[in-house]
Design a protein around this ligand. Sequence first.
Ligand code: PLP
Length: 460
Amino acid sequence: MRVAATGIGAHWMADGVFKLLRAGMRGPTRPKADSVEADDAATMAQSRSRPAWAEVDLAAVTHSVRLLVGLVAPAQVCAVVKAHGYGHGAPAVAKAALAGGAIGLAVALVDEGAELRRHGVHGPILLLSECGADAAATAVSCTLTPAVYTAEGVEQIARAARLLGQTTSVHLKVDTGMHRVGAPPADVPALVRAIMDEPILRFEGLWTHLSVADGECAEDRSYTLEQLERFDGVVAEVARQGVHPDIIHAANTAGAIAFPTARYGMVRSGIGIYGYLPGPAAAAAFTAAVGGETLLPALSLKARVVSVRMCDEGERPSYGRMRALPQRSLVATVPIGYADGVPRALFTNGFEVLIGGKRRPLAGMVTMDQIVVDCGEAGDVSVGDAVVLIGRQGDAFVGASEWADRLGTISYEVLVGIGPRVPRVPRAEARADPRVSLVPRAEARAGFRHWLGTIAGPRA
Ligand SMILES: Cc1ncc(COP(=O)(O)O)c(C=O)c1O
């Protein structure tokens, strides 16, 4: 935290940053965008006993982060890699995001932060929810940056930090209208005092979360503006207590794009770094802001045909005999099903996969491990042919957002729903590069503020 009386410079010097800067280190050594360390590749590819996999284009993640970094500057981007990096494989995505200029990462669970540390990710890692007493020591020993919003939460982190003798940065979360977690604004002054009374804690961040930043209607927009106004009131109140946290943050991807005043010192972007925009309003604001540039969807869900059979017109393949073939057709079997995150409702809602660069409808109901595809009379599909369920094949493209539209959900749920049996394979071939080094552990301990070029304050 930054206290007006001492100034930020003293802290930076105490933490040795000037020394690092003199030595020419202006931040983390960025991993190359297309490099994947061998152990990350191993966690991404859990099994290869059938031809079905998710290809993860890490260079696309780096590209999208870089675009968002440019868009929100001088604010910084914190890459949200919870839920296994939205289903993409967290350690590799985390490194690709840091390579694109993210200043840190955010996860929901202590276990997720610990996984990143095990895989050599040494950047700051924000915990988005207060962790339970059992997990506090792990959070501190892994040098995660806990969110706090209750007196018990502050006490638990302080106790763990004292036990481990480790100064720990915390970010105080305020509930300005999401009504999920976070301290009510009225509780903030007491929580600020509680944090400041613990010398082992560093009050690094003050933040909130927006509930309808992706909304399209006027009511949603004005609700977001109300949340920001409430949040500004809290920031001002904390300043009146003589406390000036290093980082103020409020925006998710939608907030970062559609509400420039929500950017403060840092935005927490999840869906955007995976190449998707969280709705039409954010998409319109994004296009207006960056012109021709686009985010690049990073994940492709792919498989190969394992069996083909010619069926007569009127045959009804798969469980339930749900659909009569409109003509004599080649039916291709593809080894991926609802156990892998391909919901049965996709069949009901007219889903098509890509084979040979063409859209092909499902021939019958999705099963647990397989789908059947109606390849028509031409019989131009053979065993071994590539199938794309999400991604591009030739000029044709099926996005996670198309799945979401068909399923009445959001691209987030589609991406995180891809099951653990599906190996995540980095698009750039896995290469262990011993020259890639991440941030030294000592620097990681110093937290988010070390990575900030500017100190965030309330909105102008
Ligand atoms: C607290 C918090 N911040 C940021 C995000 C990232 O949101 P998005 O993926 O819409 O950018 C999430 C995602 O759920 C979140 O829970």
